[in-house]
Design a protein around this ligand. Structure first.
Ligand SMILES: Nc1ncnc2c1ncn2[C@@H]1O[C@H](COP(=O)(O)OP(=O)(O)OP(=O)(O)O)[C@@H](O)[C@H]1O
Ligand SMILES: [Mg+2]
Length: 151
Protein backbone atom coordinates (compact mmCIF):
# COMPACT_ATOMS: atom_id res chain seq x y z
CA UNK A 1 0.00 0.00 0.00
CA UNK A 2 1.47 3.30 -1.09
CA UNK A 3 1.26 6.27 1.21
CA UNK A 4 0.52 9.80 0.13
CA UNK A 5 3.39 12.11 1.02
CA UNK A 6 1.82 15.28 -0.30
CA UNK A 7 -1.45 16.34 -1.91
CA UNK A 8 -3.11 19.34 -3.51
CA UNK A 9 -6.59 20.24 -4.69
CA UNK A 10 -7.47 23.08 -6.99
CA UNK A 11 -10.61 24.20 -8.77
CA UNK A 12 -10.31 26.57 -11.71
CA UNK A 13 -12.88 27.90 -14.14
CA UNK A 14 -12.49 26.54 -17.65
CA UNK A 15 -11.05 29.66 -19.23
CA UNK A 16 -8.56 28.80 -21.94
CA UNK A 17 -5.84 30.75 -20.10
CA UNK A 18 -6.21 28.35 -17.18
CA UNK A 19 -4.75 25.51 -19.25
CA UNK A 20 -1.29 27.00 -18.75
CA UNK A 21 -2.03 27.70 -15.07
CA UNK A 22 -2.93 24.03 -14.54
CA UNK A 23 0.22 22.73 -16.18
CA UNK A 24 2.42 25.19 -14.30
CA UNK A 25 0.85 24.11 -11.01
CA UNK A 26 1.40 20.43 -11.82
CA UNK A 27 5.04 21.12 -12.71
CA UNK A 28 5.55 23.10 -9.48
CA UNK A 29 3.91 20.40 -7.38
CA UNK A 30 5.95 17.55 -8.85
CA UNK A 31 9.20 19.51 -8.55
CA UNK A 32 9.46 18.28 -4.94
CA UNK A 33 10.42 14.89 -6.34
CA UNK A 34 13.34 16.40 -8.22
CA UNK A 35 12.10 15.24 -11.64
CA UNK A 36 14.17 15.37 -14.81
CA UNK A 37 13.44 18.02 -17.43
CA UNK A 38 11.92 15.30 -19.59
CA UNK A 39 9.63 14.05 -16.81
CA UNK A 40 8.37 17.58 -16.17
CA UNK A 41 7.78 18.16 -19.83
CA UNK A 42 5.83 14.86 -20.14
CA UNK A 43 3.63 15.82 -17.17
CA UNK A 44 3.04 19.31 -18.53
CA UNK A 45 1.98 17.89 -21.90
CA UNK A 46 -0.37 15.29 -20.41
CA UNK A 47 -2.02 17.79 -18.03
CA UNK A 48 -2.34 20.30 -20.82
CA UNK A 49 -4.21 17.83 -23.04
CA UNK A 50 -6.58 16.75 -20.28
CA UNK A 51 -7.43 20.30 -19.21
CA UNK A 52 -7.85 21.47 -22.80
CA UNK A 53 -10.34 18.64 -23.34
CA UNK A 54 -12.40 19.80 -20.33
CA UNK A 55 -12.46 23.31 -21.76
CA UNK A 56 -13.17 22.58 -25.42
CA UNK A 57 -15.19 19.35 -25.28
CA UNK A 58 -16.59 19.19 -21.75
CA UNK A 59 -17.80 22.75 -21.46
CA UNK A 60 -17.76 23.74 -25.17
CA UNK A 61 -19.17 27.26 -25.36
CA UNK A 62 -19.82 27.52 -21.65
CA UNK A 63 -17.51 28.01 -18.66
CA UNK A 64 -17.55 25.46 -15.86
CA UNK A 65 -15.26 24.38 -13.06
CA UNK A 66 -12.35 22.00 -13.54
CA UNK A 67 -11.37 20.10 -10.42
CA UNK A 68 -7.75 18.96 -10.15
CA UNK A 69 -6.40 16.66 -7.44
CA UNK A 70 -2.73 15.81 -7.27
CA UNK A 71 -0.80 13.47 -5.02
CA UNK A 72 2.79 12.41 -4.57
CA UNK A 73 3.07 8.83 -3.42
CA UNK A 74 5.97 7.43 -1.43
CA UNK A 75 7.24 5.31 -4.32
CA UNK A 76 7.97 8.49 -6.33
CA UNK A 77 4.70 8.31 -8.24
CA UNK A 78 2.84 11.42 -9.33
CA UNK A 79 -0.94 11.05 -9.40
CA UNK A 80 -3.41 13.48 -10.96
CA UNK A 81 -7.17 13.41 -11.44
CA UNK A 82 -8.82 16.04 -13.63
CA UNK A 83 -12.61 16.28 -13.55
CA UNK A 84 -15.19 18.35 -15.37
CA UNK A 85 -18.95 18.42 -15.02
CA UNK A 86 -19.53 18.98 -18.70
CA UNK A 87 -20.93 17.08 -21.68
CA UNK A 88 -19.37 13.68 -20.94
CA UNK A 89 -18.32 11.02 -23.47
CA UNK A 90 -20.77 8.47 -24.86
CA UNK A 91 -18.19 5.94 -26.12
CA UNK A 92 -14.91 6.19 -24.21
CA UNK A 93 -13.16 3.43 -26.16
CA UNK A 94 -13.86 5.19 -29.44
CA UNK A 95 -12.87 8.59 -28.02
CA UNK A 96 -9.50 7.19 -26.96
CA UNK A 97 -8.63 5.88 -30.43
CA UNK A 98 -5.78 7.91 -31.95
CA UNK A 99 -7.09 10.41 -34.54
CA UNK A 100 -10.68 10.16 -33.30
CA UNK A 101 -12.15 13.59 -32.77
CA UNK A 102 -15.60 15.10 -32.59
CA UNK A 103 -14.19 18.48 -33.54
CA UNK A 104 -16.31 19.46 -36.54
CA UNK A 105 -13.97 21.96 -38.17
CA UNK A 106 -10.92 19.75 -38.60
CA UNK A 107 -8.97 21.97 -36.21
CA UNK A 108 -8.10 19.12 -33.85
CA UNK A 109 -5.97 16.06 -34.49
CA UNK A 110 -7.68 13.64 -32.12
CA UNK A 111 -4.36 12.92 -30.43
CA UNK A 112 -4.91 14.25 -26.91
CA UNK A 113 -5.57 10.87 -25.30
CA UNK A 114 -2.66 9.34 -27.25
CA UNK A 115 -0.36 12.01 -25.81
CA UNK A 116 -1.68 11.40 -22.28
CA UNK A 117 -1.18 7.67 -22.70
CA UNK A 118 2.34 7.86 -24.06
CA UNK A 119 3.62 10.44 -21.55
CA UNK A 120 2.29 8.71 -18.42
CA UNK A 121 2.30 5.19 -16.97
CA UNK A 122 -1.44 4.84 -16.51
CA UNK A 123 -4.50 6.60 -17.87
CA UNK A 124 -8.07 5.94 -16.74
CA UNK A 125 -11.08 7.72 -18.15
CA UNK A 126 -14.52 7.69 -16.56
CA UNK A 127 -17.43 9.56 -18.03
CA UNK A 128 -21.19 9.85 -17.94
CA UNK A 129 -22.93 11.68 -20.80
CA UNK A 130 -24.52 14.85 -19.48
CA UNK A 131 -22.67 14.61 -16.16
CA UNK A 132 -18.99 14.93 -16.92
CA UNK A 133 -15.63 13.25 -17.29
CA UNK A 134 -12.69 12.39 -15.10
CA UNK A 135 -9.20 11.51 -16.30
CA UNK A 136 -6.76 9.92 -13.86
CA UNK A 137 -3.09 9.58 -14.71
CA UNK A 138 -0.05 8.36 -12.84
CA UNK A 139 3.62 8.63 -13.62
CA UNK A 140 6.41 7.02 -11.68
CA UNK A 141 9.52 9.13 -11.64
CA UNK A 142 12.93 7.57 -12.05
CA UNK A 143 14.67 6.59 -8.86
CA UNK A 144 17.49 8.96 -8.17
CA UNK A 145 19.40 9.90 -5.10
CA UNK A 146 17.69 12.95 -3.63
CA UNK A 147 19.32 16.02 -2.09
CA UNK A 148 21.50 16.86 -5.07
CA UNK A 149 23.37 13.59 -5.10
CA UNK A 150 23.89 11.56 -8.25
CA UNK A 151 21.35 11.51 -11.07
N1 LIG B 1 -13.49 16.15 -21.05
C1 LIG B 1 -14.16 15.74 -22.13
N2 LIG B 1 -15.50 15.96 -22.23
C2 LIG B 1 -16.20 15.55 -23.33
N3 LIG B 1 -15.64 14.92 -24.39
C3 LIG B 1 -14.31 14.69 -24.34
C4 LIG B 1 -13.50 15.08 -23.22
N4 LIG B 1 -12.23 14.70 -23.48
C5 LIG B 1 -12.24 14.10 -24.67
N5 LIG B 1 -13.48 14.09 -25.22
C6 LIG B 1 -13.88 13.47 -26.51
O1 LIG B 1 -12.84 12.60 -26.93
C7 LIG B 1 -12.37 12.97 -28.22
C8 LIG B 1 -10.89 12.65 -28.34
O2 LIG B 1 -10.12 13.48 -27.46
P1 LIG B 1 -8.60 13.79 -27.82
O3 LIG B 1 -8.06 14.73 -26.82
O4 LIG B 1 -7.89 12.50 -28.04
O5 LIG B 1 -8.71 14.50 -29.25
P2 LIG B 1 -9.22 15.97 -29.60
O6 LIG B 1 -9.36 16.79 -28.37
O7 LIG B 1 -10.45 15.84 -30.45
O8 LIG B 1 -8.03 16.53 -30.49
P3 LIG B 1 -6.61 17.08 -29.93
O9 LIG B 1 -6.50 16.70 -28.48
O10 LIG B 1 -5.57 16.40 -30.79
O11 LIG B 1 -6.66 18.57 -30.12
C9 LIG B 1 -12.73 14.43 -28.38
O12 LIG B 1 -12.85 14.83 -29.73
C10 LIG B 1 -14.07 14.50 -27.63
O13 LIG B 1 -15.12 14.03 -28.45
MG1 LIG C 1 -7.87 16.87 -26.96
Amino acid sequence: MRNTINSMKMTIPGYSRNESLARMCAAAFVSQLDPTVEEISDIRAAVSEAVTNCIVHGYRDTIGDIDIRMKLLDDDTFYIKITDKGAGIADIEQAMQPMFTTSPDGERAGLGFAVMESFTDSLRVKSTPGKGTSVTMTKKLGRRERNGQTD
